[in-house]
Write a protein of this length. Structure first.
Lengths: 256, 177, 356
């Protein structure tokens, strides 16, 4: 019998088991990235810069060269890499604490320079690795271990919308917010990630894909309910869509 | 033989360049030289000075507590640096801007009306080069040709007329003494 | 013999890096080293290199981390407050065993301090500086010519031992001019191979570079590897200069700019009938403890002079032990001591021990 392979582990994923909690979306996004790298045939020249946070091990989960940056500095590390070897494909993988709090300087200036890199930004509205503290992206009223009565903007400020903020800059080429809560959204997220890598291959400049993700453990919700919470709360404050696309004539046409 | 010069004036009076020209000419003659600037906010209009050492031997300290010569382009520079001069040291004064005597009597004072001559030459910017001419003539530490080579080197990418003016200014300075 | 050129120290440091095969420079302006940043911005494009002015020193050090991961020779320069900002990244680079050269044109501190020459960053430079168990190789030039040679050496040591190397200069070396000779431009083909670099997992297992392992036993193994490297460096790379040691009345320990000023002091002292010996460490880490210990057995006094409150003094005392007295003289805040004032100190020390 001739069996046809319809599903397999992407070559760009290593054999190491993920360390993520059940229901966490990191695993889905990792797979999408690996599929894209396979499809584009760039596994042998792609380098990952992992962050500090739950995805600190991401550099081991891909069957590609990789390193870990210090907290928030991945865009600066990626800049150094890309400037030294422009023919290599460099991407950072960063959480919201990493990118939107301690690393705001680095992401803003890498974007503003239009660095020809790809940034995958995971937004789950909480610090995961350290145990569920408030993130810059934590919603108003959302309970975390450092906002036990819910985030109060008077004391803790407002959630920060990275795609909207960065799209104000001249430098970036492509900025889109996606989610992986439904099969349709997963397909769309993969398309966006693929485009973000293609832009780099074509020398078009800075691309950032924000992925809204769940954190069932630190949200205190079962995985399915976590998806529901994401859809009902996060998506309202963080609308999906294309925020900037210099490769298209109508840059903002795709906003949902 | 070691000459230790401190050249001082307002920022913009060309003392840094004067010092660099001496250092460059010294190097051309195979001497050991160092040029040490004052740096910082005083560069923006305050007092600027540099220390230049020209020696037959390798130079240890580029910092000089007791210069053998001082060039002062204005009164504050004279008041600040003339007390440090060695006994019987040479004090070059820009007499166009300094209308008083230094607070010491042992010094050999060389008065150079640098601004007035520069005015005659039609460009106040060359007052420093006139002073340089007087300094080289008086001390004899370097040949006038070496200084002219240094001028050519410094002005290499600039206009030829400027070089001619500088050479003329330098010669006016040497002719004073 | 190469032609002599009159150059400013900051520019000489930059040119030396280029001649050592450095084509990548990331920097941020700060006095008194800004001429070096400016020089690299002009000069690197001429040799096909890359200059990038970053948004902060924090970003600079991480750009160095990234570029070094790719296997190229990379450098930055800064001054004291900027070097403090880089400490986090330097610790990561030490842990990830990434070569790079850092030039610190030291100025007066602490805090914002001033912009004049100082040696107050010695302890930060030689004892680690950031978190964790590591040391940088630290080279202390005393003239511009020596600074050129040490920058070239710094790149070789960084690659050989896979470690960040610091050239500890100061505002005087950065700002002054003197005639120097540059060595030939190094051909990039002669630079060492770096099979560990993140150049893409083509025909090999993926390379991973990290300072990270959550398993304490594995992290200890990594630390033992760093330690083994340090031991090799200590065994092979100690450098110093000694002058006028035979029959010296007093031995002076000084480095960098003060080491240079001491040359004048020695000459002036000779005229006054005092024989001053000089021990000038060139590698501040690894500090040449053993040689100084040997020398200290032949003198009454090892006198340390610094532009700090007494930082290298701690290493001098570790070396000298009880073999000799270890008095200290220092100026702080960016004040450069004159030869005259150092000589006065020496005279009273020598007279003091004669009267004893």
């Amino acid at each position: 019998m001739n069996a046809k392979v319809v599903m397999k582990r992407p070559d760009s994923l290593s054999k190491i088991d993920f360390t993520y909690c059940p229901g966490c979306h990191h695993g889905i996004v990792h797979r999408l990235i690996a599929e894209v790298i396979d499809e584009l045939g760039i596994r042998e020249k792609t380098v990952i810069v992992a962050p500090v946070g739950c995805s600190v091990f991401a550099y081991t989960f891909f069957e590609i060269d990789g390193t870990v940056a210090s907290h928030g500095r991945a865009p600066a590390v990626a800049t150094g890499m890309k400037r030294a070897r422009p023919d290599r494909i460099i991407f950072t993988y960063q959480g919201d604490g990493d990118l939107a709090a301690i690393g705001t300087t680095e992401i803003v200036h890498a974007a503003n320079r239009g660095e020809n890199i790809t940034v995958i930004f995971i937004n789950n509205a909480v610090y995961g690795m350290t145990g569920g503290q408030m993130a810059p992206t934590t919603l108003i009223g959302q309970r975390t271990t450092t906002t036990i009565h819910g985030r109060d903007p008077k004391a803790a400020g407002y959630p920060i919308r990275i795609c909207e903020m960065l799209s104000q800059l001249e430098g970036p080429t492509y900025i889109e917010r996606v989610a992986v809560d439904t099969p349709q959204h997963v397909m769309k997220a993969k398309k966006a990630i693929k485009k973000a890598f293609e832009n780099q291959i074509n020398g078009l400049g800075f691309s950032l894909i924000e992925v809204l993700s769940t954190c069932p453990t630190n949200w205190g919700l079962p995985p399915v309910e976590a998806i529901k919470w994401l859809q009902e709360n996060m998506m309202k404050f963080y609308p999906l869509g294309v925020y900037k696309d210099k490769t298209r004539e109508e840059a903002k046409e795709g906003i949902v | 033989m070691t000459n230790k010069l401190i050249a001082a004036g307002f920022g913009g009076q060309g003392m840094m360049l004067l010092g660099q020209l001496i250092a460059y000419a010294g190097m051309l003659e195979g001497k050991h030289v160092t040029w040490l600037p004052s740096y910082g906010p005083e560069m923006r209009g305050g007092t600027a000075n540099c220390t230049v050492i020209v020696s037959d031997k390798p130079i240890g300290s580029p910092v000089v507590a007791t210069p053998t010569e001082v060039i002062a382009m204005n009164i504050p520079s004279m008041l600040k640096f003339s007390p440090a001069l060695v006994e019987n040291g040479k004090l070059f004064l820009n007499s166009s801007m300094i209308d008083r005597e230094p607070p010491r009597t042992d010094l050999e004072i060389i008065k150079v009306p640098a601004n007035e001559i520069a005015d005659e030459l039609g460009n106040l910017m060359v007052a420093n080069i006139i002073m340089l001419g007087a300094y080289i003539k008086k001390t004899g530490i370097l040949s006038q040709d070496s200084i002219k080579s240094a001028l050519e080197h410094k002005l290499m990418r600039k206009k030829k007329e400027l070089l001619e003016l500088d050479i003329k200014a330098f010669e006016r300075g040497t002719a004073l003494l | 013999m190469a032609e002599k050129v009159l150059v400013k120290g900051n520019e000489a440091l930059g040119e030396a890096a280029i001649r050592a095969g450095c084509r990548y420079y990331f920097g941020y302006p700060i006095t008194p080293q800004s001429e070096l940043t400016e020089y690299m911005s002009r000069r690197l494009p001429e040799v096909g290199g890359v200059f990038l002015q970053a948004e902060s020193e924090v970003s600079v050090v991480n750009m160095l981390y990234g570029a070094s991961c790719m296997g190229v020779r990379v450098m930055t320069s800064t001054s004291s407050p900027g070097f403090s900002l880089m400490q986090e990244g330097i610790s990561y680079m030490a842990g990830a065993e990434l070569p790079a050269v850092f030039i610190n044109v030291v100025r007066g501190g602490p805090g914002l301090g001033d912009i004049q020459p100082a040696q107050g960053d010695y302890l930060q430079a030689t004892k680690g500086g950031g978190h964790g168990d590591y040391r940088l190789i630290v080279l202390g030039p005393s003239t511009i010519q020596e600074a050129i040679e040490l920058v070239m050496l710094a790149f070789d040591l960084a690659d050989e031992y896979r470690t960040p190397v610091e050239v500890l200069a100061d505002g005087m070396i950065g700002q002054m001019m003197e005639p120097v000779e540059f060595p030939e431009m190094r051909s990039l083909d002669t630079l060492p191979e770096k099979p560990w670099a993140l150049t893409g997992a083509k025909g090999r297992k993926p390379n991973k570079i990290t300072s990270f392992d959550l398993d304490p036993y594995k992290l200890e193994e990594m630390n033992l590897r760093y330690e083994a490297t340090r031991k090799r460096i200590i065994a092979n790379e100690q450098r110093w200069e000694e002058e006028n040691i035979e029959g010296a009345d007093i031995l002076v320990a000084a480095y960098g700019t003060v080491g240079r000023i001491m040359k004048t002091v020695m000459e002036m002292a000779r005229e006054r009938g005092i024989k001053v010996g000089l021990f000038r460490p060139i590698t501040l880490w690894p500090f040449p403890y053993k040689r100084l210990e040997e020398l200290s057995k032949g003198v009454d006094t090892v006198f340390t002079v610094e532009m700090s409150g007494g930082q290298m003094l701690e290493d001098v005392k570790l070396a000298v032990k009880d073999n000799a007295k270890t008095p200290f003289y220092g100026r702080m805040g960016g004040v450069v001591p004159t030869p005259e004032e150092i000589l006065d100190q020496i005279e009273s020390l020598v007279k003091g021990s004669e009267n004893r």
